[in-house]
Design a protein around this ligand. Structure first.
Ligand code: G3P
Ligand code: MG
Length: 242
């Protein structure tokens, strides 16, 4: 069945990339979580989309310049709603505990395009192995050098090529990088391409898909995963209630 990846958790209903968003996604039927990983000044892997803390915590500093202790003192929920006041920026460890307990999939998007975090690839790969989550995790990244780096560290760790548009025969490119998946924007996929990729052993996980009619078309096309802010909508379709 199509994997139902909650984009930054159930970000249609909760502040993105918080434990509240991840827990609620599971309640709504998500069978996977997509999250964004950055690194603190003291080398901790933390879950936040932006390099700068301003949008989701109000503090105008870069993640790379604060320690985990400083980050943990910030409120990552109030920007969204006072109902979520006190939500913290989670660590990758916290999410991995949840993923392990619920036997769901985890798409770890490493953010290393704007800030180049030292050895973030090895830190993430080591963390996946420490939790024994090799079969449940896939690393994605818009920075394909970083993806190739993950593959070089351990070819057993699965990687997905993030892109928006215009990659020619992306399944061939995936094979060049040793990647198992194409993480394509929803407008960069056709049913024919899904089939051609499949014949080469390469799967599609498509983002960010929030409309039911788009979800239906992608399920029909045979994509492996859909990344959505509304995992409840996809759950309803996949369980025949949509
Ligand atoms: O991984 C899919 C999607 O999350 C990529 O874009 O900006 O939401 O991280 P962004
Ligand atoms: Mg992302």
């Amino acid at each position: 069945m199509t994997i139902n990846y909650a984009h930054r958790g159930a970000s249609g209903y909760c502040p993105e990339n918080t434990m509240a968003a991840f827990r609620y996604a599971i309640e709504l039927g998500a069978t996977g979580i997509e999250t964004d990983v950055q690194m603190t000044a003291d080398g901790e892997l933390v879950l936040i989309h932006d390099e700068n803390l301003k949008r989701t915590t109000g503090i105008d500093k870069l993640v790379k310049d604060v320690t985990l202790a400083e980050l943990k003192a910030l409120d990552a929920g109030s920007w969204y709603s006072t109902d979520f006041a006190g939500e913290q920026v989670p660590t990758l460890d916290e999410l991995m505990e949840l993923v392990k307990a619920h036997h769901i999939m985890l798409n770890i998007e490493i953010k290393s395009g704007i800030v180049l975090y030292p050895n973030i690839e090895r830190s993430v790969v080591d963390k996946i192995k420490a939790y024994g989550l090799e079969k449940q995790c896939i690393i994605s990244n818009f920075n394909h050098y970083s993806l190739a780096g993950c593959h070089a560290i351990d070819p057993q760790i699965r990687t997905g090529i993030l892109y928006m548009e215009g990659l020619y025969r992306p399944w061939d490119y995936a094979q060049t990088l040793g990647a198992t998946a194409l993480h394509a924007a929803k407008y960069a996929v056709t049913p024919e391409w899904v089939k051609e990729a499949e014949s080469k052993g390469v799967i599609y996980n498509v983002w960010t898909v929030n409309e039911t009619h788009e979800m239906k078309a992608l399920i029909q096309a045979g994509v492996a995963g859909i990344i959505t802010d509304y995992p409840d909508r996809l759950h309803q379709l996949l369980t025949g209630k949509g």
